[in-house]
Design a protein. Structure first.
Length: 125
């Protein structure tokens, strides 16, 4: 049990911190400006933060499952695609993705996914 819960919780913390720093510090102006241009306010209420925490936990769980079946590289590629590429396709389709964030978000999301995969791999053994 400990070899399952600890890696998932540690990866959740890493993912949550990464998401918060990227979206609330580094890219917040892109988000607020884009949403403002749509006549919306950027959703930053506590419930939105809590839902990102749930997303982080689910993403860490998916990474854990993938890491039990695939090596580091394969798990990284699959988890990054599942966690980010698919999300960007959906929110891009909805018109709420500020495409200007992608030059920074691409490498930062890769670092986030790789870090979570690495954490899970180190702690699950």
């Amino acid at each position: 049990m400990k070899r399952t819960i600890l890696p998932i919780l540690a990866a959740t913390v890493w993912i949550s911190i990464s998401e918060f720093v990227r979206n609330q510090f580094l890219l917040q102006s892109y988000w607020t400006e884009h949403y403002g241009g749509l006549g919306l306010s950027f959703p930053a209420a506590p419930i939105n933060g809590a839902m990102w925490g749930v997303w982080s936990l689910l993403f860490a769980g998916v990474i854990y499952v993938l890491r039990t079946r695939f090596d580091l590289r394969e798990t990284f590629v699959l988890s990054w695609f599942i966690g980010f590429v698919m999300m960007w396709v959906v929110i891009g389709n909805l018109g709420v993705l500020p495409f200007g964030i992608l030059p920074a978000a691409l490498p930062l999301s890769m670092l986030e996914a790789f870090g979570a995969v690495w954490i899970v791999g180190k702690l699950k053994t």
